[in-house]
Write a protein that binds this ligand. Structure first.
Ligand code: 4UU
Length: 558
Protein backbone atom coordinates (compact mmCIF):
# COMPACT_ATOMS: atom_id res chain seq x y z
CA UNK A 1 0.00 0.00 0.00
CA UNK A 2 1.27 3.41 -0.94
CA UNK A 3 1.57 5.92 1.88
CA UNK A 4 1.82 8.82 -0.56
CA UNK A 5 -0.98 11.29 0.14
CA UNK A 6 -3.75 11.92 -2.35
CA UNK A 7 -3.21 15.01 -4.52
CA UNK A 8 -6.64 16.52 -4.89
CA UNK A 9 -7.48 19.03 -7.63
CA UNK A 10 -10.45 21.34 -7.08
CA UNK A 11 -12.73 23.04 -9.58
CA UNK A 12 -11.73 26.69 -10.10
CA UNK A 13 -15.35 27.84 -10.27
CA UNK A 14 -17.68 28.81 -7.42
CA UNK A 15 -19.72 26.00 -5.93
CA UNK A 16 -23.43 26.07 -6.75
CA UNK A 17 -26.33 25.51 -4.40
CA UNK A 18 -27.41 21.86 -4.65
CA UNK A 19 -31.18 21.46 -4.42
CA UNK A 20 -33.07 18.44 -3.10
CA UNK A 21 -35.96 18.28 -5.49
CA UNK A 22 -37.07 16.31 -8.53
CA UNK A 23 -35.65 17.10 -11.95
CA UNK A 24 -39.16 18.08 -13.06
CA UNK A 25 -39.74 20.53 -10.22
CA UNK A 26 -36.22 21.86 -10.66
CA UNK A 27 -36.74 22.55 -14.37
CA UNK A 28 -40.21 24.00 -14.02
CA UNK A 29 -40.12 26.03 -10.81
CA UNK A 30 -43.47 27.53 -11.71
CA UNK A 31 -45.12 24.24 -10.65
CA UNK A 32 -43.94 23.80 -7.02
CA UNK A 33 -41.23 25.34 -4.83
CA UNK A 34 -37.82 23.81 -4.16
CA UNK A 35 -36.00 24.98 -7.27
CA UNK A 36 -33.28 27.63 -7.19
CA UNK A 37 -34.19 28.58 -10.77
CA UNK A 38 -36.42 31.58 -11.35
CA UNK A 39 -39.75 30.80 -13.02
CA UNK A 40 -39.69 31.55 -16.75
CA UNK A 41 -42.34 32.74 -19.17
CA UNK A 42 -44.54 29.65 -19.83
CA UNK A 43 -45.04 30.71 -23.43
CA UNK A 44 -41.32 30.34 -24.22
CA UNK A 45 -40.67 27.61 -26.80
CA UNK A 46 -38.99 24.59 -25.20
CA UNK A 47 -38.78 22.02 -28.02
CA UNK A 48 -39.25 22.74 -31.74
CA UNK A 49 -39.60 19.93 -34.27
CA UNK A 50 -36.79 20.77 -36.70
CA UNK A 51 -38.53 18.96 -39.56
CA UNK A 52 -42.13 20.16 -39.38
CA UNK A 53 -41.88 23.24 -37.16
CA UNK A 54 -44.28 22.07 -34.41
CA UNK A 55 -43.53 23.81 -31.10
CA UNK A 56 -43.90 22.71 -27.48
CA UNK A 57 -43.87 25.69 -25.17
CA UNK A 58 -42.83 25.34 -21.55
CA UNK A 59 -46.53 25.43 -20.65
CA UNK A 60 -47.19 22.58 -23.13
CA UNK A 61 -44.40 20.54 -21.55
CA UNK A 62 -45.74 21.00 -18.01
CA UNK A 63 -49.38 20.50 -18.96
CA UNK A 64 -48.48 17.41 -21.04
CA UNK A 65 -46.42 15.95 -18.20
CA UNK A 66 -49.23 16.33 -15.66
CA UNK A 67 -51.75 14.77 -18.06
CA UNK A 68 -49.38 11.92 -18.88
CA UNK A 69 -48.83 11.34 -15.15
CA UNK A 70 -52.52 10.47 -14.95
CA UNK A 71 -52.38 8.46 -18.18
CA UNK A 72 -49.36 6.44 -17.04
CA UNK A 73 -50.91 5.79 -13.62
CA UNK A 74 -54.11 4.61 -15.31
CA UNK A 75 -52.01 1.82 -16.89
CA UNK A 76 -51.08 0.62 -13.40
CA UNK A 77 -47.58 2.08 -13.46
CA UNK A 78 -46.28 4.59 -10.94
CA UNK A 79 -43.58 5.82 -8.62
CA UNK A 80 -40.53 3.55 -8.50
CA UNK A 81 -41.43 1.63 -11.66
CA UNK A 82 -39.15 1.69 -14.69
CA UNK A 83 -40.07 2.69 -18.25
CA UNK A 84 -37.88 1.94 -21.24
CA UNK A 85 -38.11 4.87 -23.66
CA UNK A 86 -37.13 3.69 -27.13
CA UNK A 87 -37.10 5.94 -30.16
CA UNK A 88 -35.37 8.66 -32.13
CA UNK A 89 -35.47 12.24 -30.86
CA UNK A 90 -38.97 13.68 -31.24
CA UNK A 91 -41.48 15.88 -29.43
CA UNK A 92 -43.34 12.68 -28.45
CA UNK A 93 -40.13 11.40 -26.86
CA UNK A 94 -39.96 14.66 -24.86
CA UNK A 95 -43.56 14.26 -23.70
CA UNK A 96 -42.91 10.66 -22.63
CA UNK A 97 -39.83 11.55 -20.60
CA UNK A 98 -41.53 14.38 -18.73
CA UNK A 99 -44.70 12.31 -18.25
CA UNK A 100 -42.64 9.57 -16.59
CA UNK A 101 -40.82 12.13 -14.43
CA UNK A 102 -44.16 13.57 -13.29
CA UNK A 103 -45.48 10.07 -12.52
CA UNK A 104 -42.28 9.28 -10.57
CA UNK A 105 -41.32 6.57 -13.05
CA UNK A 106 -37.60 5.99 -13.72
CA UNK A 107 -36.77 6.44 -17.40
CA UNK A 108 -34.33 4.08 -19.09
CA UNK A 109 -33.73 5.53 -22.56
CA UNK A 110 -32.65 3.06 -25.25
CA UNK A 111 -30.79 3.59 -28.52
CA UNK A 112 -33.20 3.62 -31.47
CA UNK A 113 -30.84 1.44 -33.48
CA UNK A 114 -30.92 -1.46 -31.04
CA UNK A 115 -31.41 -5.01 -32.29
CA UNK A 116 -33.91 -7.42 -30.70
CA UNK A 117 -31.20 -8.88 -28.45
CA UNK A 118 -29.97 -5.47 -27.28
CA UNK A 119 -33.40 -4.08 -26.40
CA UNK A 120 -34.34 -7.35 -24.66
CA UNK A 121 -31.22 -7.02 -22.49
CA UNK A 122 -32.19 -3.49 -21.45
CA UNK A 123 -35.86 -4.32 -20.81
CA UNK A 124 -34.94 -7.42 -18.78
CA UNK A 125 -32.05 -5.89 -16.87
CA UNK A 126 -33.83 -2.64 -16.01
CA UNK A 127 -36.95 -4.51 -14.84
CA UNK A 128 -39.10 -2.24 -17.02
CA UNK A 129 -42.85 -2.63 -16.67
CA UNK A 130 -43.80 -0.17 -19.41
CA UNK A 131 -42.32 0.64 -22.80
CA UNK A 132 -42.61 3.81 -24.86
CA UNK A 133 -41.70 3.02 -28.45
CA UNK A 134 -41.58 4.57 -31.94
CA UNK A 135 -44.17 2.70 -34.07
CA UNK A 136 -41.46 1.87 -36.63
CA UNK A 137 -39.66 -0.22 -33.98
CA UNK A 138 -42.62 -2.55 -33.29
CA UNK A 139 -41.23 -5.31 -35.57
CA UNK A 140 -37.95 -5.31 -33.60
CA UNK A 141 -39.94 -5.55 -30.36
CA UNK A 142 -41.83 -8.53 -31.81
CA UNK A 143 -38.50 -10.24 -32.54
CA UNK A 144 -37.38 -9.46 -28.96
CA UNK A 145 -40.51 -10.91 -27.31
CA UNK A 146 -39.21 -14.50 -26.98
CA UNK A 147 -36.13 -13.10 -25.19
CA UNK A 148 -38.07 -11.15 -22.55
CA UNK A 149 -38.01 -12.62 -19.05
CA UNK A 150 -41.22 -10.75 -18.21
CA UNK A 151 -43.80 -10.01 -20.87
CA UNK A 152 -44.92 -6.40 -21.31
CA UNK A 153 -48.65 -6.45 -22.18
CA UNK A 154 -49.83 -4.57 -25.26
CA UNK A 155 -51.59 -1.92 -23.17
CA UNK A 156 -48.24 -1.01 -21.60
CA UNK A 157 -46.52 -0.60 -24.95
CA UNK A 158 -47.20 3.07 -25.57
CA UNK A 159 -46.62 4.36 -29.09
CA UNK A 160 -44.66 7.59 -29.61
CA UNK A 161 -47.04 8.41 -32.45
CA UNK A 162 -48.09 11.76 -33.84
CA UNK A 163 -51.77 12.56 -33.73
CA UNK A 164 -52.40 11.93 -37.44
CA UNK A 165 -50.36 8.71 -37.61
CA UNK A 166 -52.23 5.43 -38.27
CA UNK A 167 -51.09 2.89 -35.67
CA UNK A 168 -52.14 -0.58 -34.43
CA UNK A 169 -55.20 -0.23 -32.19
CA UNK A 170 -53.92 -2.70 -29.55
CA UNK A 171 -51.60 -0.07 -28.10
CA UNK A 172 -52.18 3.21 -26.28
CA UNK A 173 -50.54 6.27 -27.84
CA UNK A 174 -48.89 9.30 -26.31
CA UNK A 175 -51.63 11.39 -27.95
CA UNK A 176 -54.31 9.28 -26.29
CA UNK A 177 -52.70 9.50 -22.85
CA UNK A 178 -52.29 13.27 -23.26
CA UNK A 179 -56.08 13.51 -23.27
CA UNK A 180 -56.14 12.46 -19.57
CA UNK A 181 -57.00 14.98 -16.86
CA UNK A 182 -53.89 16.62 -15.32
CA UNK A 183 -52.61 14.88 -12.17
CA UNK A 184 -50.05 15.82 -9.52
CA UNK A 185 -46.33 15.51 -10.18
CA UNK A 186 -44.49 13.23 -7.73
CA UNK A 187 -42.11 15.07 -5.45
CA UNK A 188 -38.59 13.86 -4.73
CA UNK A 189 -37.57 16.00 -1.77
CA UNK A 190 -35.05 15.25 0.98
CA UNK A 191 -33.64 11.72 0.85
CA UNK A 192 -35.98 10.90 -2.03
CA UNK A 193 -33.91 13.21 -4.23
CA UNK A 194 -31.47 10.28 -4.26
CA UNK A 195 -34.02 8.07 -6.01
CA UNK A 196 -33.12 7.05 -9.55
CA UNK A 197 -34.49 9.40 -12.21
CA UNK A 198 -32.77 8.06 -15.30
CA UNK A 199 -31.01 4.83 -16.20
CA UNK A 200 -28.87 4.95 -19.34
CA UNK A 201 -26.88 1.87 -20.22
CA UNK A 202 -23.08 1.92 -20.13
CA UNK A 203 -20.41 -0.75 -19.99
CA UNK A 204 -18.21 1.50 -17.86
CA UNK A 205 -14.68 0.19 -17.50
CA UNK A 206 -15.39 -3.41 -18.40
CA UNK A 207 -18.00 -6.02 -19.32
CA UNK A 208 -21.53 -5.72 -20.62
CA UNK A 209 -23.88 -2.73 -20.68
CA UNK A 210 -25.13 -1.97 -17.17
CA UNK A 211 -27.94 0.25 -15.90
CA UNK A 212 -26.41 3.48 -14.59
CA UNK A 213 -28.54 4.76 -11.71
CA UNK A 214 -28.58 8.53 -12.17
CA UNK A 215 -30.55 10.21 -9.41
CA UNK A 216 -32.63 13.37 -9.32
CA UNK A 217 -29.89 14.89 -7.16
CA UNK A 218 -27.19 13.86 -9.67
CA UNK A 219 -29.02 15.63 -12.50
CA UNK A 220 -30.04 18.77 -10.63
CA UNK A 221 -26.46 19.09 -9.30
CA UNK A 222 -25.15 18.72 -12.84
CA UNK A 223 -27.49 21.38 -14.18
CA UNK A 224 -26.64 23.73 -11.33
CA UNK A 225 -22.93 23.17 -11.92
CA UNK A 226 -23.24 23.93 -15.64
CA UNK A 227 -25.23 27.03 -14.93
CA UNK A 228 -22.76 28.22 -12.32
CA UNK A 229 -19.38 27.36 -13.70
CA UNK A 230 -19.32 27.17 -17.42
CA UNK A 231 -21.19 26.63 -20.61
CA UNK A 232 -23.99 28.94 -19.58
CA UNK A 233 -26.95 29.35 -21.89
CA UNK A 234 -28.96 32.55 -21.96
CA UNK A 235 -32.73 32.56 -22.24
CA UNK A 236 -33.94 34.68 -25.14
CA UNK A 237 -30.52 34.47 -26.79
CA UNK A 238 -29.43 30.87 -27.19
CA UNK A 239 -31.08 28.31 -29.46
CA UNK A 240 -29.76 24.74 -29.30
CA UNK A 241 -29.27 22.19 -32.07
CA UNK A 242 -30.89 19.01 -30.74
CA UNK A 243 -29.23 16.45 -32.94
CA UNK A 244 -27.45 14.17 -30.48
CA UNK A 245 -29.53 11.15 -29.48
CA UNK A 246 -31.47 12.00 -26.31
CA UNK A 247 -31.08 8.32 -25.36
CA UNK A 248 -27.35 8.86 -24.70
CA UNK A 249 -26.32 10.87 -21.66
CA UNK A 250 -24.53 13.52 -23.77
CA UNK A 251 -27.71 14.26 -25.74
CA UNK A 252 -29.95 13.90 -22.70
CA UNK A 253 -27.89 16.23 -20.55
CA UNK A 254 -26.81 18.87 -23.03
CA UNK A 255 -29.40 18.75 -25.84
CA UNK A 256 -32.46 18.02 -23.75
CA UNK A 257 -32.23 18.99 -20.05
CA UNK A 258 -29.78 21.91 -19.86
CA UNK A 259 -31.69 24.02 -22.40
CA UNK A 260 -34.93 23.37 -20.47
CA UNK A 261 -33.26 24.57 -17.27
CA UNK A 262 -32.07 27.73 -18.97
CA UNK A 263 -35.24 28.47 -20.93
CA UNK A 264 -33.64 28.00 -24.34
CA UNK A 265 -35.42 26.30 -27.23
CA UNK A 266 -34.08 23.03 -28.63
CA UNK A 267 -34.50 22.38 -32.34
CA UNK A 268 -35.15 18.63 -32.32
CA UNK A 269 -33.85 16.49 -35.18
CA UNK A 270 -34.26 12.72 -35.24
CA UNK A 271 -30.67 12.14 -36.33
CA UNK A 272 -27.72 13.97 -37.82
CA UNK A 273 -27.89 14.54 -41.54
CA UNK A 274 -25.73 17.24 -43.01
CA UNK A 275 -28.37 19.18 -44.91
CA UNK A 276 -31.11 18.97 -42.26
CA UNK A 277 -28.70 20.17 -39.56
CA UNK A 278 -27.34 23.06 -41.67
CA UNK A 279 -30.85 24.07 -42.77
CA UNK A 280 -32.04 24.02 -39.15
CA UNK A 281 -29.14 26.23 -38.03
CA UNK A 282 -30.03 28.76 -40.75
CA UNK A 283 -33.79 28.66 -40.26
CA UNK A 284 -33.90 28.77 -36.45
CA UNK A 285 -30.81 30.95 -35.99
CA UNK A 286 -29.21 28.29 -33.80
CA UNK A 287 -26.42 29.62 -31.57
CA UNK A 288 -25.15 26.50 -29.83
CA UNK A 289 -24.32 23.14 -31.41
CA UNK A 290 -23.09 20.12 -29.49
CA UNK A 291 -21.63 17.46 -31.71
CA UNK A 292 -19.20 14.54 -31.86
CA UNK A 293 -15.86 14.33 -33.72
CA UNK A 294 -17.19 12.49 -36.82
CA UNK A 295 -19.74 15.30 -37.35
CA UNK A 296 -16.92 17.85 -37.11
CA UNK A 297 -15.07 15.97 -39.85
CA UNK A 298 -18.20 15.61 -42.00
CA UNK A 299 -18.82 19.36 -41.83
CA UNK A 300 -15.15 20.11 -42.51
CA UNK A 301 -15.31 18.07 -45.71
CA UNK A 302 -18.77 19.24 -46.65
CA UNK A 303 -19.42 21.24 -49.78
CA UNK A 304 -22.76 22.33 -48.30
CA UNK A 305 -21.47 24.50 -45.45
CA UNK A 306 -20.96 27.59 -47.62
CA UNK A 307 -24.51 27.40 -49.00
CA UNK A 308 -26.12 28.09 -45.61
CA UNK A 309 -26.17 31.16 -43.42
CA UNK A 310 -24.51 29.91 -40.24
CA UNK A 311 -23.78 33.38 -38.85
CA UNK A 312 -26.00 32.80 -35.80
CA UNK A 313 -23.66 30.07 -34.48
CA UNK A 314 -21.58 31.16 -31.52
CA UNK A 315 -20.38 27.96 -29.91
CA UNK A 316 -19.73 24.45 -31.16
CA UNK A 317 -18.82 21.80 -28.60
CA UNK A 318 -17.34 18.43 -29.49
CA UNK A 319 -17.44 15.58 -27.01
CA UNK A 320 -17.90 11.86 -26.38
CA UNK A 321 -14.66 10.91 -28.13
CA UNK A 322 -11.25 12.50 -28.75
CA UNK A 323 -10.88 15.16 -31.41
CA UNK A 324 -7.40 15.99 -32.70
CA UNK A 325 -6.36 19.59 -32.00
CA UNK A 326 -5.58 20.31 -35.65
CA UNK A 327 -9.06 19.19 -36.79
CA UNK A 328 -10.68 21.27 -34.09
CA UNK A 329 -8.62 24.30 -35.06
CA UNK A 330 -9.48 23.84 -38.75
CA UNK A 331 -13.16 23.64 -37.87
CA UNK A 332 -12.93 26.80 -35.80
CA UNK A 333 -11.59 28.60 -38.91
CA UNK A 334 -14.35 27.17 -41.12
CA UNK A 335 -17.17 29.19 -39.59
CA UNK A 336 -16.03 32.73 -38.76
CA UNK A 337 -16.89 33.91 -35.26
CA UNK A 338 -17.51 30.44 -33.88
CA UNK A 339 -15.77 29.33 -30.70
CA UNK A 340 -14.92 25.65 -30.87
CA UNK A 341 -14.65 23.80 -27.56
CA UNK A 342 -14.18 20.24 -26.42
CA UNK A 343 -15.89 18.85 -23.38
CA UNK A 344 -15.57 15.51 -21.65
CA UNK A 345 -18.07 13.42 -19.76
CA UNK A 346 -19.27 9.95 -18.83
CA UNK A 347 -22.64 8.30 -18.41
CA UNK A 348 -21.57 7.57 -14.82
CA UNK A 349 -20.93 11.27 -14.07
CA UNK A 350 -24.28 12.66 -15.26
CA UNK A 351 -22.33 13.51 -17.62
CA UNK A 352 -19.97 16.55 -17.84
CA UNK A 353 -16.65 16.50 -15.96
CA UNK A 354 -14.50 18.84 -18.06
CA UNK A 355 -15.59 21.95 -19.90
CA UNK A 356 -14.96 25.69 -19.81
CA UNK A 357 -16.46 29.04 -20.71
CA UNK A 358 -16.11 29.95 -24.35
CA UNK A 359 -14.12 33.07 -23.45
CA UNK A 360 -11.74 31.07 -21.27
CA UNK A 361 -10.65 28.94 -24.19
CA UNK A 362 -8.60 31.96 -25.27
CA UNK A 363 -6.29 30.94 -22.37
CA UNK A 364 -5.37 27.84 -24.35
CA UNK A 365 -3.71 30.09 -26.96
CA UNK A 366 -6.04 29.07 -29.69
CA UNK A 367 -5.60 25.31 -29.43
CA UNK A 368 -8.68 23.22 -28.70
CA UNK A 369 -6.85 20.00 -27.92
CA UNK A 370 -7.87 20.45 -24.29
CA UNK A 371 -11.25 19.44 -22.85
CA UNK A 372 -11.49 22.28 -20.35
CA UNK A 373 -11.41 22.61 -16.58
CA UNK A 374 -13.10 20.71 -13.79
CA UNK A 375 -16.81 21.45 -13.58
CA UNK A 376 -17.91 22.91 -10.23
CA UNK A 377 -18.80 20.34 -7.54
CA UNK A 378 -15.98 17.97 -8.61
CA UNK A 379 -12.72 17.06 -7.00
CA UNK A 380 -10.21 15.13 -9.10
CA UNK A 381 -7.13 12.97 -8.73
CA UNK A 382 -4.72 11.79 -11.40
CA UNK A 383 -3.49 8.31 -10.51
CA UNK A 384 -0.61 6.43 -12.16
CA UNK A 385 0.07 2.86 -11.00
CA UNK A 386 -1.75 3.46 -7.74
CA UNK A 387 0.11 6.68 -6.94
CA UNK A 388 -1.28 10.21 -7.22
CA UNK A 389 0.61 12.41 -9.65
CA UNK A 390 0.57 16.16 -10.09
CA UNK A 391 0.52 18.78 -12.81
CA UNK A 392 2.04 17.71 -16.13
CA UNK A 393 2.06 13.97 -15.41
CA UNK A 394 -0.10 11.31 -17.05
CA UNK A 395 -2.48 9.24 -14.99
CA UNK A 396 -6.02 7.92 -14.74
CA UNK A 397 -8.62 10.56 -13.93
CA UNK A 398 -10.57 9.86 -10.73
CA UNK A 399 -13.41 12.21 -9.78
CA UNK A 400 -15.87 12.60 -6.95
CA UNK A 401 -18.85 14.81 -6.32
CA UNK A 402 -22.63 14.92 -6.27
CA UNK A 403 -23.00 14.03 -9.93
CA UNK A 404 -21.33 10.62 -9.64
CA UNK A 405 -23.98 7.93 -10.18
CA UNK A 406 -25.56 6.01 -7.32
CA UNK A 407 -24.22 2.81 -8.90
CA UNK A 408 -24.91 0.13 -11.47
CA UNK A 409 -28.35 -1.44 -11.05
CA UNK A 410 -28.24 -4.84 -9.30
CA UNK A 411 -24.48 -4.99 -9.69
CA UNK A 412 -22.64 -4.28 -6.45
CA UNK A 413 -19.43 -5.79 -7.72
CA UNK A 414 -19.21 -3.55 -10.79
CA UNK A 415 -20.19 -0.55 -8.65
CA UNK A 416 -17.41 -1.28 -6.13
CA UNK A 417 -14.87 -1.60 -8.92
CA UNK A 418 -16.00 1.70 -10.45
CA UNK A 419 -16.43 3.81 -7.30
CA UNK A 420 -13.59 3.10 -4.91
CA UNK A 421 -13.02 4.04 -1.26
CA UNK A 422 -13.69 7.72 -0.60
CA UNK A 423 -16.30 7.91 -3.34
CA UNK A 424 -13.84 8.25 -6.23
CA UNK A 425 -15.15 7.24 -9.65
CA UNK A 426 -12.38 5.78 -11.79
CA UNK A 427 -12.99 7.06 -15.31
CA UNK A 428 -10.62 4.69 -17.17
CA UNK A 429 -9.28 7.70 -19.11
CA UNK A 430 -5.72 8.97 -19.00
CA UNK A 431 -5.33 12.72 -18.62
CA UNK A 432 -2.70 15.39 -18.11
CA UNK A 433 -3.60 18.54 -16.21
CA UNK A 434 -1.56 21.74 -16.69
CA UNK A 435 -0.74 24.62 -14.33
CA UNK A 436 -3.84 26.51 -15.41
CA UNK A 437 -6.15 23.62 -14.50
CA UNK A 438 -6.79 22.58 -18.13
CA UNK A 439 -7.16 18.86 -18.76
CA UNK A 440 -6.20 16.98 -21.87
CA UNK A 441 -7.58 13.46 -22.35
CA UNK A 442 -4.65 11.60 -23.88
CA UNK A 443 -5.65 7.92 -23.78
CA UNK A 444 -8.32 5.46 -22.71
CA UNK A 445 -7.27 2.45 -20.62
CA UNK A 446 -10.70 0.88 -20.19
CA UNK A 447 -11.73 -1.66 -22.80
CA UNK A 448 -14.61 0.46 -24.15
CA UNK A 449 -14.64 1.24 -27.88
CA UNK A 450 -16.37 4.38 -29.15
CA UNK A 451 -17.89 4.41 -32.64
CA UNK A 452 -18.91 8.00 -33.46
CA UNK A 453 -19.42 8.70 -29.75
CA UNK A 454 -21.59 5.61 -29.18
CA UNK A 455 -20.48 2.93 -26.76
CA UNK A 456 -19.39 -0.40 -28.21
CA UNK A 457 -18.59 -2.74 -25.31
CA UNK A 458 -16.09 -5.30 -26.67
CA UNK A 459 -17.21 -7.92 -24.12
CA UNK A 460 -20.66 -7.83 -25.67
CA UNK A 461 -19.36 -8.40 -29.21
CA UNK A 462 -17.03 -11.13 -27.95
CA UNK A 463 -19.90 -13.00 -26.27
CA UNK A 464 -21.87 -12.77 -29.51
CA UNK A 465 -19.04 -13.80 -31.86
CA UNK A 466 -18.34 -16.83 -29.62
CA UNK A 467 -21.82 -18.09 -30.49
CA UNK A 468 -20.80 -18.41 -34.13
CA UNK A 469 -20.32 -22.13 -34.87
CA UNK A 470 -16.93 -21.67 -36.59
CA UNK A 471 -15.37 -19.49 -33.87
CA UNK A 472 -13.36 -20.94 -30.97
CA UNK A 473 -12.03 -17.73 -29.44
CA UNK A 474 -12.25 -13.98 -30.01
CA UNK A 475 -10.93 -10.61 -28.88
CA UNK A 476 -12.40 -7.27 -30.01
CA UNK A 477 -10.54 -3.94 -30.03
CA UNK A 478 -10.98 -0.52 -31.61
CA UNK A 479 -8.83 0.73 -34.47
CA UNK A 480 -8.67 4.45 -35.20
CA UNK A 481 -9.89 5.74 -38.55
CA UNK A 482 -8.47 9.20 -39.11
CA UNK A 483 -10.61 10.06 -42.11
CA UNK A 484 -13.82 9.59 -40.12
CA UNK A 485 -12.36 10.65 -36.72
CA UNK A 486 -13.67 7.56 -35.00
CA UNK A 487 -12.70 4.14 -33.74
CA UNK A 488 -13.94 1.09 -35.61
CA UNK A 489 -14.49 -2.24 -33.82
CA UNK A 490 -12.26 -5.06 -35.12
CA UNK A 491 -12.53 -8.73 -34.12
CA UNK A 492 -9.61 -11.11 -33.94
CA UNK A 493 -10.92 -14.65 -34.11
CA UNK A 494 -9.59 -18.18 -33.80
CA UNK A 495 -11.55 -20.61 -35.95
CA UNK A 496 -12.24 -24.34 -36.11
CA UNK A 497 -10.78 -26.54 -38.84
CA UNK A 498 -8.24 -26.19 -41.61
CA UNK A 499 -7.73 -22.83 -43.25
CA UNK A 500 -6.68 -21.87 -46.73
CA UNK A 501 -6.64 -18.34 -48.11
CA UNK A 502 -10.09 -18.74 -49.66
CA UNK A 503 -11.80 -20.09 -46.55
CA UNK A 504 -10.06 -17.42 -44.46
CA UNK A 505 -11.39 -14.56 -46.59
CA UNK A 506 -14.86 -16.09 -46.82
CA UNK A 507 -15.08 -16.70 -43.06
CA UNK A 508 -13.90 -13.20 -42.19
CA UNK A 509 -16.60 -11.68 -44.39
CA UNK A 510 -19.20 -14.13 -43.16
CA UNK A 511 -18.55 -13.46 -39.46
CA UNK A 512 -18.71 -9.69 -40.02
CA UNK A 513 -22.07 -10.05 -41.80
CA UNK A 514 -23.34 -12.52 -39.20
CA UNK A 515 -22.60 -9.98 -36.46
CA UNK A 516 -24.08 -7.11 -38.48
CA UNK A 517 -27.39 -8.94 -38.58
CA UNK A 518 -27.53 -9.17 -34.79
CA UNK A 519 -26.37 -5.79 -33.44
CA UNK A 520 -27.19 -2.08 -33.66
CA UNK A 521 -25.62 -0.28 -36.61
CA UNK A 522 -22.92 1.35 -34.43
CA UNK A 523 -21.63 -2.02 -33.20
CA UNK A 524 -20.92 -3.55 -36.63
CA UNK A 525 -17.38 -4.87 -37.06
CA UNK A 526 -16.42 -2.03 -39.40
CA UNK A 527 -12.76 -2.46 -38.48
CA UNK A 528 -12.84 -5.95 -40.01
CA UNK A 529 -12.47 -9.53 -38.86
CA UNK A 530 -8.98 -11.03 -38.75
CA UNK A 531 -8.20 -14.69 -38.21
CA UNK A 532 -5.24 -15.45 -35.93
CA UNK A 533 -3.79 -18.56 -34.24
CA UNK A 534 -4.45 -17.59 -30.63
CA UNK A 535 -5.90 -14.66 -28.68
CA UNK A 536 -3.19 -13.25 -26.40
CA UNK A 537 -4.25 -13.79 -22.75
CA UNK A 538 -2.84 -13.19 -19.29
CA UNK A 539 -2.15 -16.10 -16.91
CA UNK A 540 -5.63 -15.54 -15.42
CA UNK A 541 -7.24 -15.79 -18.86
CA UNK A 542 -7.90 -12.07 -19.44
CA UNK A 543 -7.64 -10.91 -23.04
CA UNK A 544 -4.52 -8.78 -23.48
CA UNK A 545 -6.23 -6.08 -25.49
CA UNK A 546 -3.16 -3.90 -25.54
CA UNK A 547 -1.34 -6.60 -27.54
CA UNK A 548 -4.23 -6.82 -29.96
CA UNK A 549 -4.26 -3.04 -30.32
CA UNK A 550 -0.51 -2.96 -31.04
CA UNK A 551 -1.02 -5.70 -33.60
CA UNK A 552 -3.89 -3.80 -35.22
CA UNK A 553 -1.85 -0.60 -35.42
CA UNK A 554 0.99 -2.48 -37.16
CA UNK A 555 -1.49 -4.07 -39.60
CA UNK A 556 -3.07 -0.72 -40.44
CA UNK A 557 0.35 0.81 -41.19
CA UNK A 558 1.24 -2.08 -43.54
C1 4UU B 1 -11.99 12.12 -25.33
O1 4UU B 1 -19.60 9.97 -24.09
C2 4UU B 1 -20.08 10.21 -23.00
C3 4UU B 1 -20.37 11.58 -22.57
C4 4UU B 1 -19.86 12.62 -23.26
C5 4UU B 1 -20.07 14.02 -23.03
C6 4UU B 1 -21.08 14.50 -22.29
C7 4UU B 1 -21.28 15.86 -22.10
C8 4UU B 1 -19.24 14.89 -23.61
C9 4UU B 1 -19.33 16.31 -23.46
C10 4UU B 1 -20.44 16.80 -22.69
O2 4UU B 1 -20.62 18.04 -22.58
O3 4UU B 1 -20.40 9.21 -22.12
P1 4UU B 1 -20.08 7.67 -22.32
O4 4UU B 1 -20.36 7.05 -21.02
O5 4UU B 1 -20.80 7.14 -23.50
O6 4UU B 1 -18.55 7.55 -22.65
C11 4UU B 1 -17.58 8.00 -21.77
C12 4UU B 1 -16.21 7.89 -22.42
C13 4UU B 1 -15.11 8.51 -21.60
O7 4UU B 1 -14.67 7.63 -20.59
C14 4UU B 1 -14.04 8.78 -22.64
O8 4UU B 1 -13.30 7.62 -22.92
O9 4UU B 1 -16.18 8.61 -23.66
C15 4UU B 1 -14.86 9.16 -23.87
N1 4UU B 1 -14.97 10.62 -23.99
C16 4UU B 1 -13.99 11.40 -24.48
N2 4UU B 1 -12.75 11.11 -24.90
C17 4UU B 1 -16.01 11.40 -23.67
N3 4UU B 1 -15.74 12.70 -23.98
C18 4UU B 1 -14.48 12.73 -24.49
C19 4UU B 1 -13.62 13.76 -24.98
N4 4UU B 1 -12.39 13.40 -25.39
N5 4UU B 1 -14.01 15.03 -25.07
Amino acid sequence: MSTRPAIIFESPYPQPFLPNTSVFHYLFPDTVGGSPLAPLDPSLPAYIDGLDGRVLSRADVVDGALRLATGVRSLGVGRGDVAVLWGLNSLEWAHALYGCFAAGVTVSPANAGYSAGEIAHQINNSGASILFICPSLLPVLEAARPLLTRAIPADRVVLLAREAQAVPAAHPTIGGLLASEPGEAERFDGVNAHDTAVMCYSSGTTGLAKGVETTHHNLTSELQALNMGSRQLVSGVDVILGVLPFSHIYGLGMNFLQPAAMGCPVVVLPRFTEVAALAAIEKYRITHALIVPPIVVTLLNSTNVQHYDLSSLRTVVSGAAPLGGEIADAFARLIPGVVMLQAYGNTETSPVVLTAHAHEFAETEGSVATCGKLLPTYQARVVADGVDVGVGERGELWVRGPTVMKGYLHNAEATENAIVRGGWYRTGDIVVVNEGGWYEVVDRVKELIKYKGFQVPPAELEALVLQHPDVIDVGVVGIYDRAQATELPRAYIVVRGELDARREAALATHVAEWVAGRVANHKKLRGGVCIIDAIPKSASGKILRKELRVRAEAEIKD
